[in-house]
Design a protein around this ligand. Structure first.
Ligand SMILES: Cc1ncc(COP(=O)(O)O)c(C=O)c1O
Length: 391
């Protein structure tokens, strides 16, 4: 039987892929199966690659602007997939969601102001606050009795001071895989509006949501929240095209947009690269079918981990509501964080992201990227199961 495109094994060694090239530096060996950085070992959709090839038929690759058609393709995608109508003037190009976080932090707060970040979270959230000389206020996400990660709105309220100016929200959440419910988002939105705290909402994982969950764009919650939010969106995760370095910043409020634009001028990142523009437009305009197939594939991989974890005593796993990242609770192994990481590298020969790198609440966890052909995941779980039996 022919393999579907999500299950074709692709050799990425020799391509400068971070995930492979940095293995020695990170794990001290290049013999681990890398399942860390969040890109997929799955081909970028053919419609994207074809659009880039076609663009290369023209011999000049000069300065180019991002066309209205490219923005319109993203706007249509959001209308169809998230029921959210974005207006053209709300959007601007950014080479990186993390870079836009930095610009938004500088635009909407002053040095010494407090920025709320939920722990655990994608590590650059902490770095951007620190590098911009703002003060981190970490709010711990805790698992409820069902193992579901939640924030505590009353505790969060008690953490707010007059210096608290921003909330950095990860929605859906990396690494815990939550798709925040409307009720949860509304409670956050009201709290922030009440206290004049602007929301920077990183929604880069918004298209990687498993049914029956449903992503709610933060800016769609209410007029008040819309006017208080900077939303960061892009095709990098959805279509496995991080290497094109392209995303957009969506700011409905003219006031916040003016502040953001003022700061953006200071870094002068312009309008981006010609090949990225065509890749972006093709992905949003033609990538629907590929994306549907991808979600089925990722759903099968998530279920494979679920079935495997059910047979394990020392690793707990709750299927993520979104993302292709499995947040493995390894605390029953009773290893220190360093030993846990060493165990995965030396014994299982797997290169995962250590939970502690996502904050102190990640201690005892490991994050496994399962956006791989199923045979790779099966091998990894088989190896891990074997060494766990020996523990
Ligand atoms: C939550 C989150 N935000 C941002 C990024 C990176 O975005 P970019 O490459 O556009 O800076 C990632 C990548 O893993 C991520 O998980």
């Amino acid at each position: 039987m022919a393999l579907d495109s999500y299950n074709i094994l692709i050799d990425r060694s020799g391509t400068n892929a971070e995930k492979y090239t940095l293995r020695n530096a990170l794990f001290g060996t290049d013999t681990v199966q890398p399942m860390w950085v969040a890109d997929m070992d799955i081909a970028t959709p053919a419609c994207v690659l074809d659009a880039v090839r076609e663009r290369l038929d023209h011999p000049v690759i000069g300065y180019e602007i991002m066309s209205d058609d490219a923005y319109a393709a993203q706007m249509r995608w959001f209308e169809t997939h998230h029921g959210f109508t974005i207006e053209r003037e709300w959007l601007s190009y950014s080479p990186s969601v993390v870079a836009s976080i930095g610009v938004a932090i500088r635009a909407l707060s002053d040095e010494g102001d407090e920025v709320v970040v939920m722990d655990p979270v994608y590590p650059p959230f902490y770095a951007m606050v620190k590098h911009n000389n703002r003060r981190l206020v970490t709010h711990s996400l805790k698992q409820d009795n069902e193992g579901m990660y939640r924030f505590d709105i009353e505790l969060l309220r008690s953490q707010i001071t007059p210096k608290t100016k921003l909330l950095l929200l990860c929605s859906p959440h990396n690494p815990v895989g939550r798709v925040w419910s409307r009720k949860e988002l509304e409670s956050l939105g009201s709290l922030c509006c009440e206290h004049g705290i602007r929301i920077i909402s990183d929604e880069i994982h918004c298209d990687l949501v498993y049914q029956p969950h449903w992503h709610i764009p933060t800016a769609s919650l209410s007029e008040a929240v819309q006017n208080n939010t900077v939303m960061l969106i892009g095709p990098g995760k959805t279509f496995n095209m991080a290497g094109f370095s392209i995303s957009t910043v969506c700011i409905p409020s003219p006031d916040l947009r003016a502040l953001y634009d003022e700061e953006r001028k200071r870094v002068h990142w312009g309008e981006g690269a010609a090949l990225s523009h065509v890749a972006f437009e093709a992905a949003y305009a033609q990538g629907d079918e590929w994306h549907r197939g991808l979600m089925e594939h990722l759903g099968r991989n998530a279920a494979m981990i679920d079935a495997w974890a059910a047979t394990q005593k020392s690793i707990l796993y709750g299927k993520p509501e979104a993302t292709y990242l499995a947040w493995l609770d390894c605390r029953a192994l009773t290893l220190g964080d360093r030993e846990l990481r060493e165990f995965f590298v030396r014994e299982a020969r797997l290169g995962l992201s250590p939970g502690l790198s996502f904050g102190k609440e990640g201690s005892g966890f490991m994050r496994l990227n399962f956006a791989v052909p199923s045979s790779i995941l099966e091998n990894a779980l088989e190896k891990l199961g074997r060494v766990l039996r020996g523990v």
